[in-house]
Design a protein around this ligand. Structure first.
Ligand SMILES: Cc1cc2nc3c(=O)[nH]c(=O)nc-3n(C[C@H](O)[C@H](O)[C@H](O)COP(=O)(O)OP(=O)(O)OC[C@H]3O[C@@H](n4cnc5c(N)ncnc54)[C@H](O)[C@@H]3O)c2cc1C
Ligand SMILES: NC(=O)C1=CN([C@@H]2O[C@H](COP(=O)(O)OP(=O)(O)OC[C@H]3O[C@@H](n4cnc5c(N)ncnc54)[C@H](O)[C@@H]3O)[C@@H](O)[C@H]2O)C=CC1
Length: 503
């Protein structure tokens, strides 16, 4: 059924961004308004398409992601027109956006899905790399081919994946926290995973549904390099599958973790040489510390950490989070921004400016969330937000009311770290629960790690590492907030079939 266009507002339905959020939003709009032109404006030469979508349980979902030429999207949805050009300016009062190719487009409704950009330490230093899109991942691979030692800074998703995937190159991993993987895990789960970092031989990778992130054939067909100034779409699940992440050495893993420290200073080789010479005039112990802190090798770059240690390396990967990519849109427009710099959106994915919506990494969810949901800049949330934003745009166009989508009831994420399946649910790290919560644990070394977060007898969150088969049951228990006090420790007793228990 096609919706009637409100006569008062001219212009098109426009979506900015060819990542998961933007493409999903454009597709849904195309379905809602089959005879209206939907404009998808994107800086990247390829778009991200979701294939093989599978609803694993009520909330958990899995899908493959492909980079495709934009023509494929236009073929699937003849009313979507893709324009490859970066938006350089938004004039919200005139309902107009200007693109780098000199065009301007009038919108009646606009959804901004321009993603995020890596938040780098030492921005502009040529020895500091960030990983966001296919081009930056390929650059990383290229540099790794000649590397003997790299430093990885950061303790979130990218760092966790990299330390495990990089072979034949010494990795110094510098983290601010006591334990690894702070954005996903607590110290217990971190300890469970750490043993994998001393694996001496490559493991057989666990079977997982996504074969490869981008197929070679598609890549060659579709890709031309994104202009250096423009950002491509963010990588996602299994982004490293098609890349050979090997350094110059023959060993598999050689990882040294420096905990509770940050980068104090980065020196280029010449700067470090001067520093060493100058330190001769300093107190002797200071000079010795500097000389001793590094080996005989001459490295292209040296990193001084806040714990006083200095490491030479070939280059540094800054895996230190992302900043919403709002810059092209905020100039002259009075958007409300969240603390993380994203465009604040309400429970209809509407920003603070008329007729402008936002979805995915660029936005900051500013509605009162369900007690077991939080925003994390993830692939699945980008899809859910893009889909729901299109629904809200259609409802607003038609003057219909719409309820918050069910996917925002519970935070649920499935991924893979260190060759284990990892499911995180709800308040998996007891985020914001205060001190009156309890943790229950079950752990079999090398096999599985199960943690549940309980409050007032209710399950509030869980971390499931390994093939636990518990995700669906736990998802239900968190959603229905059943009082589980009477089950006590039985909840995690491996001899009790918990699925039958709660059927
Ligand atoms: C290395 C890596 C691994 C990841 N792994 C996972 C994972 O395993 N699981 C998971 O859930 N999430 C993962 N993520 C996060 C996930 O990829 C992002 O949360 C998600 O892709 C965000 O989608 P998006 O559509 O909001 O933004 P993006 O995918 O960043 O898309 C933004 C789009 O906007 C375009 N754009 C930017 N500026 C402009 C402009 N001025 N004008 C026009 N277009 C513009 C870009 O070209 C791009 O097409 C990973 C991220 C990275 C970097
Ligand atoms: N499997 C998955 O689900 C994956 C998800 N992602 C997502 O992609 C996005 C980007 O990933 P990341 O960059 O890893 O971001 P992240 O948000 O996951 O982690 C950032 C890390 O950097 C640390 N950090 C921040 N500033 C720092 C500084 N100045 N010095 C040292 N450490 C600092 C933080 O403490 C945190 O550990 C995130 O949204 C992440 O969730 C990325 C890879 C895999």
């Amino acid at each position: 059924m096609e919706a009637a266009r409100p006569p008062s507002i001219p212009g098109k339905l426009v979506v900015v961004g060819g990542g998961i959020a933007g493409v999903t939003c454009a597709e849904q709009l195309a379905i809602h308004f089959p005879s209206e032109d939907i404009l998808l404006i994107t800086a990247s030469p390829v778009i991200k398409a979701i294939t093989n979508f599978k609803q694993v349980s009520k909330i958990l979902e899995e899908f493959d992601v492909e980079e495709q030429p934009s023509a494929m999207l236009e073929n699937r949805f003849p009313n979507i027109k893709v324009i490859q050009s970066a938006v350089k300016r938004l004039k919200s009062e005139e309902h107009c956006i200007l693109t780098e190719d000199g065009s301007q487009h009038i919108y009646k409704q606009l959804c901004l899905c321009a993603g995020a950009i890596p938040k780098l330490i030492c921005e502009g230093n040529p020895f500091v790399l960030g990983i966001r899109d296919t081009d930056s991942a390929q650059e990383f691979q290229k540099q790794l081919t000649n590397a003997k030692r790299i430093m990885i800074v950061g303790n979130g998703g990218i760092a966790l994946e990299l330390v495990y995937e990089v072979e034949g190159c010494e990795v110094i991993w510098a983290i601010k926290d006591k334990a690894i993987g702070n954005t996903f895990f607590d110290a217990g789960a971190a300890e469970f995973l750490t043993s994998k970092l001393t694996t001496e031989k490559p493991e057989v990778k666990i079977a997982h549904k996504r074969t490869r992130y981008t197929t070679e054939k598609r890549k060659n067909e579709a890709r031309t390099k994104v202009k250096a100034s423009n950002v491509g779409s963010a990588l996602g699940p299994d982004w490293h599958e098609g890349l050979h992440l090997k350094g110059t050495k023959e060993f598999f893993h050689k990882i040294h973790i420096e905990t509770m420290c940050e980068v104090k200073q980065v020196y280029l080789q010449e700067e470090f040489t001067i520093l060493k010479k100058e330190s001769l005039t300093l107190p002797r112990d200071h000079h010795e510390k500097l000389v001793k802190s590094t080996d005989k090798e001459r490295w292209p770059v040296y990193v001084e950490l806040t714990n006083g240690k200095i490491y030479g390396c070939d280059f540094i990967v800054s895996a230190t989070g992302v900043t919403p990519n709002v810059e092209p849109f905020v100039h002259g427009n009075n958007f409300n921004l969240g603390q993380d710099g994203g465009l604040k959106v309400d429970d209809h994915m509407h920003t603070s400016l008329p007729d402008i919506y936002a979805a995915g990494d660029i936005c900051t969810a500013s509605w009162k969330p369900s007690p077991v949901w939080q925003q994390m800049r993830l692939w699945t949330q980008a899809r859910q937000m893009g889909w729901y934003a299109a629904k809200c745009m259609a409802a607003d166009c038609l003057g219909d009311s719409i309820d918050m989508d069910f996917s925002f009831e519970l935070f649920a994420h499935v991924t893979k770290f260190f060759n284990y399946k990892v499911v995180i649910l709800g308040k998996y790290n007891a985020q914001g629960l205060g001190s009156d919560h309890e943790l229950m644990l079950r752990c079999t070394k090398g096999q599985e790690y199960v943690k549940v977060v309980m409050q007032n007898g209710r399950m509030m969150g869980a971390v499931l590492i390994g093939e636990t088969d518990l995700e669906e049951t736990f998802e239900n228990l968190i959603l229905n907030q059943m009082d589980l006090s009477s089950y006590g420790e039985d909840l995690l007793d491996p001899n009790i079939d918990i699925e039958d228990y709660f059927d």
